[in-house]
Design a protein around this ligand. Structure first.
Ligand code: CU
Length: 124
């Protein structure tokens, strides 16, 4: 029984993709609105789910959303639960391009930061 468990663990280790072993820190798994997506309903928030839990210490995790003029349309507080960070958006968004900038701390203590765009009905 114990031997089977060891064998199973070995198999699991082998099956894990090599790039995941090389860089252990979190990467973005699911974004809502999606990366590069055109959406048709005004989003109430932006939710980013990573492939591992985030470390939440004070303001260690921040999502900021700006419109094409650089105006911030996200509220100041980013909420974190497990592997998901989210931020609420102001109401009455104009149609156009939005930039989501994020900086989070992954479970291994590394900072992961990047940005992406989504489009509300049209590009601007
Ligand atoms: Cu890392």
């Amino acid at each position: 029984m114990k031997r089977m468990l060891v064998a199973l663990l070995l198999i699991t280790t082998f099956v894990a993709p090599p790039e995941q072993q090389a860089s252990a820190h979190a990467s973005l798994a699911i974004a809502t609105p999606g990366v590069g997506k055109v959406i048709h309903m005004s989003p109430k928030n932006v939710r980013l789910t990573f492939d591992e839990n985030l470390i939440s210490l004070g303001k260690s995790n921040q999502i900021k959303v700006t419109n094409s003029k650089g105006k911030q349309v996200s509220l100041p507080t980013t909420t974190v639960r497990g592997a998901t960070a989210s931020v609420k958006l102001i109401t009455g968004l104009e149609y156009g391009t939005y930039v989501v900038t994020y900086r989070v701390v992954s479970a291994d203590g590394h900072i992961v930061s990047s940005k992406y765009k989504f489009y509300y009905r049209k590009k601007s």
